[in-house]
Design a protein around this ligand. Structure first.
Ligand code: PLP
Length: 386
């Protein structure tokens, strides 16, 4: 199926690359191939493009350009923050995180636990929220880092990052937030924030895959995760992926212009869709805190149907969404996020994530509101007949 025939409602998985972003990066894939670290003008010209990209990324999140380190993806950014916090102070080797993190943090902390580090896992309530008092009680004198995502990729639930960062700062630990799902969707202003590290990823904001950034507060000591050359002021070795970094800069500039659109138009698409489904289909529940939620995400449990089956039938009709669960070695594991919220395996296995973006239209929502109820109805009839 050609992409223009698709109804792409999976914008939390990845996003369509903005044509303006492609245009901006093209010269760095063709004639402007100099190494940004070279001393001659041809290289320096490319180095200037990196400077501009750094300014643009910093502009979107309200920090200094010198606080941005370009990385290969959001996952690398989070790994770098976690490993740096552990390396900087040998007396602080305890980490606190939540049970609903993306695998970039989750698996890294599981791996560290196997290596003997102590990890405290904070649970969530049925809204997907952590208990701030429990967080406060968990921070110890040997806590190196608290890592809490800003928005959950499956449910869109937003954690109160300002309050969390204040608690962590007051207790003297470092704070990292995986903001991969927030950047480009909600305004972020880091200048006076009490955040030490923040991870972001290009492909969630209409930039190509394989580029990200880590914000490291200028007063926070940093130990590089990837060592070698002195690129990125010695904080991340390896010749920069110039074209993708230029793309990320442009994507951030464009995203700033769309911020209002995200919180009004994209929210309306999501709300119209969600309301339409709740009106048309019986036995549907919204997963996650409906108030404190990304404006683009709707995670819905369709009682009595298998989300993988819905996904496949929707796929046949050109609608892309996500089951919000990981498929490993052919066996479907119910989403760790929905399980952590206390939902049954059945509810987790009947849940689907629909995530909207600026390239979606009201006509697509209308079409989805025709197709999704048909598909769910069909699967429920089959289940009754079986
Ligand atoms: N964190 C969150 C919340 C995500 O949604 C994702 C991507 O799915 C990542 C981290 C990983 O980002 P990347 O694909 O750039 O490694």
């Amino acid at each position: 199926m050609k992409s223009h025939e698709l109804i792409y409602l999976d914008n939390n998985a990845t996003t369509k690359v903005d044509p303006a972003v492609v245009e901006e990066m093209m010269p760095y894939l063709t004639e402007l191939y100099g190494n940004p670290s070279s001393a001659y003008g041809f290289g320096q010209q490319v180095g200037k493009a990196l400077d501009q990209a750094r300014e643009r990324v910093a502009g979107l999140i309200g920090c200094e350009p010198g606080e941005i380190i370009f990385t290969s993806c959001g996952t690398e950014s989070s790994n770098a923050a976690i490993h740096s916090a552990l390396a900087m102070d040998r007396d602080r080797q305890h980490i606190i995180t939540t049970r609903v993190e993306h695998s970039a943090t989750l698996k890294t902390c599981e791996m560290l636990a196997k290596r003997g580090y102590e990890i405290t896992w904070l649970g969530v309530d049925s809204n997907g929220q952590i208990d701030l008092a429990e967080l406060e009680r968990s921070i110890r004198s040997d806590t190196a880092l608290v890592s809490v995502m800003w928005a959950n990729n499956e449910t869109g639930v937003l954690f109160p990052i300002e309050q969390i960062s204040e608690i962590v700062r007051a207790k003297g630990a470092l704070f990292h937030t995986d903001a991969v799902q927030v950047i480009g969707k909600l305004p972020v202003q880091l200048r006076d924030a009490k955040i030490n590290f923040l991870s972001l990823s290009g492909h969630k904001l209409h930039c190509p895959k394989g580029v990200g950034a880590l914000y490291v507060n200028r007063r926070t000591k940093f130990n590089p995760f990837i060592t070698g050359g002195s690129q990125e002021s010695g904080k991340r070795a390896g010749t920069q992926n110039v074209a993708s970094i230029v793309a990320l800069g442009k994507a951030c500039e464009v995203a700033a212009g769309y911020m209002e659109h995200e919180v009004t138009e994209v929210r309306k698409l999501r709300d119209d869709f969600e309301k339409g489904i709740l009106e048309r289909v019986e036995g549907v529940q919204v997963n996650g805190d409906r108030e404190n939620r990304l404006p683009n995400t709707s995670n819905l449990a369709f009682e009595g149907v298998d989300s993988e089956a819905v996904l496949m039938l929707l796929d046949q009709q050109g609608i892309c969404c996500s089951a919000g669960s990981a498929c490993t070695a052919g066996s479907l594991h119910p989403s760790h996020v929905l399980k952590a919220m206390g939902f049954s395996d059945d509810r987790a296995r009947s849940s689907l994530r629909f995530s909207f973006g600026r390239f979606n239209t009201a006509a697509e929502v209308e079409k989805a509101l025709e197709v999704v109820p048909q598909v769910v109805g069909k699967l429920r009839r089959i289940a009754v007949a079986a």
